[in-house]
Write a protein that binds this ligand. Structure first.
Ligand code: APR
Ligand code: PHB
Length: 393
């Protein structure tokens, strides 16, 4: 069996695994990144695209923010739309100059793959980790590449393998607690070849359900509609989609999303989950492997980045000083932020979606909440500081 030795074995080349590999490289720590999918697949899959201030700062400070600085769209706030009116929440005034940047997750991944190539360290695509062992003493990751089994022997394993990965299974069930919540709706998302008709995102609560207006570039609009979790995409031809988006997003001042060719369509379910603790022996979980948030607060990618920032710092400290305190407190330090993000994502989701069994009382209560959130400076500040991201430790 082919065997390689490294300091950190990283499973998964999503944003979490790639950023961790990058930060470790900057600290002079070697790693091997294994990814079961192809490079094209990883770059092209369509995901979220809102970066918190802290994620932008991390990319800049670690030397992968050059294209982000040129092509990222900095947004000073968002709109909340209800009752036919759009109300603006300005983040910069409410948070002392912090804001968000729209830059597709696939662009982040492209930049990190380029940095990995430049580092000369190992990144293997189409290499599926099938077994993690020895996490209490001498970790080993067995993976399959071109039909052959190979092995990475390492000091630590980073499970950055997303919500369906294998790393979590290496933790004995009795050592884990999983907290979960399902939502009774899903998002139907499209990418359209259309210039965004608003410079900032619009989150809308309409009698017919939630809708979101977002974008990827000056020529591409990203739009979402609340739908049933078991909805069939075939039932949504373009005409029906545009009709529903227009109905849920248009406001009385005449604003509406521009239409264009639909380049991609998909349905995503919504759930919240947290695995505690996020570590066991020499195995550390990061990103979606440890927690899932519903997309309404745009926190998934940002949480993944915050986790690996903490993990890279703890590993750097260990290799420099031999001390384990920061490694031992990894899970506790990450989980504080994770639960804040879970609370915020749950709150945004329940405020903005219509429950399938929701009654008229609930809808009126949601409208009252939106009225309050867009008129009280205290309430707007609470939304703004969570949306741009609570301070990193
Ligand atoms: N072996 C190797 N790679 C694996 C394995 C395995 N057994 N199982 C899963 N992977 C890979 C997946 O193919 C995927 O590329 O791990 C990667 C995990 O990446 P992401 O799912 O992007 O998760 P993460 O890096 O934590 O990023 C979180 O992604 O899901 C979105 O909304 C979420 O934006 C957030 C971000
Ligand atoms: C997106 O642009 O894909 C997006 C924006 C905001 C969200 C979720 C997704 O809350």
């Amino acid at each position: 069996m082919k065997r390689v030795r490294t300091q950190a074995g990283i499973v998964g080349a999503g944003p979490a695994g790639l950023m961790l590999g990058h930060l470790l490289h900057l600290h002079g720590i070697d790693s091997v990144i294994l990814e079961r999918r192809s490079e094209e697949y990883v770059i092209e899959r369509v995901r979220a695209g809102v970066l918190e201030q802290g994620t932008v700062d991390l990319m800049r400070e670690s030397g992968v923010g050059e294209r982000l600085g040129r092509e990222g769209l900095r947004h000073a706030g968002i709109y909340l739309s209800f009752g036919g009116v759009r109300r603006h929440i300005g983040f910069e005034q409410l948070t002392g100059g912090r804001s968000i940047t729209v830059y597709g997750q696939n662009e982040v991944v492209k930049d990190l793959i380029a940095a990995r190539r430049a580092s000369g360290r190992v990144l293997e695509f189409e290499a599926e980790a099938v077994r993690i062992s020895g996490v209490d003493s001498q970790p080993r990751v067995v993976y399959r590449k071109d039909g052959e089994e190979c092995e990475v022997v390492c000091d630590f394993v980073a499970g950055c393998d997303g919500s369906h990965g294998v790393c979590r299974q290496a933790i004995p069930e009795e050592c884990l607690r999983v907290y979960e919540r399902e939502y009774p709706f899903a998002w139907l998302g499209i990418l359209a070849k259309a210039a965004p008709s608003s410079g900032e995102l619009v989150y809308s609560l309409h009698e017919r359900g939630f809708a979101l207006f977002s974008m990827r570039s000056p020529a591409v609009t990203r739009l979402y509609l609340q739908c049933a979790p078991d909805e069939d995409i075939e039932d949504w031809p373009d005409e029906r989609l545009w009709g529903e988006l227009t109905a849920r997003l248009s406001t009385v001042d005449g604003w509406r999303p521009n239409r264009g060719d639909v380049m991609q369509k998909g349905i995503t379910g919504m759930r919240s989950s947290v695995v505690e603790p996020m570590q066991h022996g020499r195995l550390f979980l990061a990103g979606d492997a440890a927690h899932i948030v519903p997309p309404t607060g745009a926190k998934g990618l940002n949480l993944a980045m915050a986790d690996v920032r903490v993990l890279a710092g703890a590993l750097e400290n260990y290799y420099r000083t031999g001390r384990q305190e920061l490694l031992n407190s990894y899970s506790d330090r990450c989980l504080r932020r994770v639960w804040q993000a879970q609370r915020f994502s749950w709150w945004m989701t329940t405020m903005l979606h219509r429950a399938p069994d929701g009654n008229a009382f609930d809808y009126r209560r949601q409208l009252a909440e939106l009225e309050y959130v867009t008129s009280s400076r205290a309430a707007m500040t609470a939304l703004a500081e969570n949306y741009v991201g609570l301070p990193l430790e």
